[in-house]
Design a protein around this ligand. Structure first.
Ligand code: MF3
Ligand code: CO
Length: 253
C-alpha cells in the first residue's frame, strides 16, 4: 500500500526531514583529511539526540543483520552502507558519501550527500556533479499524474548520457512511518510496478551512480556495498513530497 500523507502528517514529516537536512549540513563542515568515519558518526548521533529525534538507521535490521551506527559513510568505491570505524580515516582526494536518517514523533526523514575530501580528481568531481544533477532531474518529475518510471527514466538518462552506470541492486523508496515503504523507486527503467504519483506521497529518491560498472557486491561485514570494478561511486538522496504545486524537497537545511 502506498501511503498518502495528510496536511498534519506532512507537517510532522517536514519536521523530521528538516532535522536531517540541518545535521547533514553540519556534518559536511566536519569533512576534512584526518577525521575518522567513527568521529562523524559520533557527532551525527549526538546532534540527533540533542535535537530530540532518534537515529533511524541504528538497530535497523535486514534479516539477521543489524546496522550498528547512526550514519552510513561510504568512501570512494563504497556505494552505500559503509560502516563507521575509528580505523577509517578520510584522506585528501577521497570522495565520501554521508547517508543519514532520523525518526521524530513517529515520522522518518532520509537524505544523503557525496562530497570531496580536500582536492579531488576531475573524474571524481564530475561523477559527484552528475549524480547530484541526476537526483535533481528525478525530483523534477515528481509531479501529480506522472509515474514512478518517469522519475527512474530521468535519473538513468542523465547518468548514462555521461557514460556512468546506475546501480540496480539498491533503489529509492516511499518513506513515512517506516524508513522503507512502498513504492520502490528504481534509478533505472525496469519491469517492476509503475504506480501513478498522487498528492501526499512522500518518496526518498536516491541515485547511486558509478564511474564504471553498475554492478556491486557486499563485503564480508554484511553491509558495505562496493563497486565490482572498485571504481568510484557517488550517492545523493532527498525525501520529497508530491504536492499539487509540484515536488517539495523536505530534507533541506
Ligand atoms: N538511506 C539508506 C536507505 O534508504 C540508509 C539505510 S541504512 C540502514 O536505505 F542501515 F538503515 F539500512
Ligand atoms: Co533511503
Amino acid at each position: 500500500m502506498i501511503h498518502r500523507r495528510s496536511a498534519k502528517e506532512l507537517d510532522l514529516m517536514r519536521a523530521a526531514c528538516h532535522t536531517v537536512g540541518e545535521i547533514l549540513a553540519r556534518l559536511r563542515e566536519l569533512v576534512r583529511p584526518g577525521i575518522s568515519t567513527a568521529e562523524l558518526d559520533r557527532y551525527a548521533e549526538e546532534w540527533t539526540i540533542e535535537s530530540g529525534a532518534t537515529p533511524a538507521f541504528k538497530g535497523y535490521a535486514v534479516g539477521r543483520n543489524v546496522y550498528p551506527a547512526t550514519l552510513c559513510v561510504s568512501i570512494n568505491e563504497e556505494v552505500v552502507h559503509g560502516m563507521p570505524s575509528p580505523k577509517r580515516i578520510l584522506a585528501e582526494g577521497d570522495i565520501v558519501g554521508l547517508d543519514f536518517g532520523v525518526v521524530r514523533e513517529g515520522y522518518y526523514g532520509d537524505s544523503a550527500i557525496t562530497m570531496p575530501v580536500g582536492c579531488t580528481s576531475e573524474e571524481a568531481d564530475d561523477l559527484i556533479r552528475v549524480t547530484r544533477e541526476s537526483l535533481e532531474r528525478g525530483i523534477e518529475r515528481l509531479q501529480v499524474g506522472n509515474r514512478i518510471r518517469d522519475v527512474s527514466e530521468a535519473i538513468q538518462t542523465h547518468a548514462e548520457s555521461h557514460g556512468y552506470g546506475v546501480v540496480r541492486d539498491f533503489v529509492g523508496h516511499g518513506i513515512g512511518q517506516r524508513l522503507h515503504e512502498e513504492p520502490q523507486v528504481p534509478n533505472y527503467v525496469g519491469r517492476g510496478q509503475n504506480p501513478r504519483l498522487k498528492e501526499g506521497m512522500v518518496l526518498a529518491i536516491e541515485p547511486m551512480v558509478c564511474a564504471g560498472t553498475y554492478e556491486v557486491e557486499v563485503l564480508d561485514d554484511g553491509w558495505t556495498a562496493v563497486t565490482r570494478d572498485r571504481r568510484l561511486s557517488a550517492h545523493f538522496e532527498h525525501s520529497v513530497a508530491v504536492t499539487a504545486n509540484g515536488p517539495e524537497v523536505l530534507t533541506l537545511a
